[in-house]
Design a protein around this ligand. Sequence first.
Ligand SMILES: [Zn+2]
Length: 77
Amino acid sequence: MTGPFLSLAQIHNRLILTARQVLRQHRPGPDGCCPTCRTTGCPVADAARDVLHTATRVRLWATTPPPDDSVDPPQPG
Ligand SMILES: [Zn+2]
């Protein structure tokens, strides 16, 4: 449920929560296949991972740019 008058922080938080939920739903099983898509390279999980990575890099009230991507540790799926 996305209301029409959400703050930027609320939209940001919901974006992160939704991406995490999608990642949980598309977490590969022991055979390496996505239980939802039934593929090995789940494009939905990749997209959710990208959204999560981008959304967590956004600093809404920052006055300085975020640090370089190359020093960021890999995000656990
Ligand atoms: Zn999937």
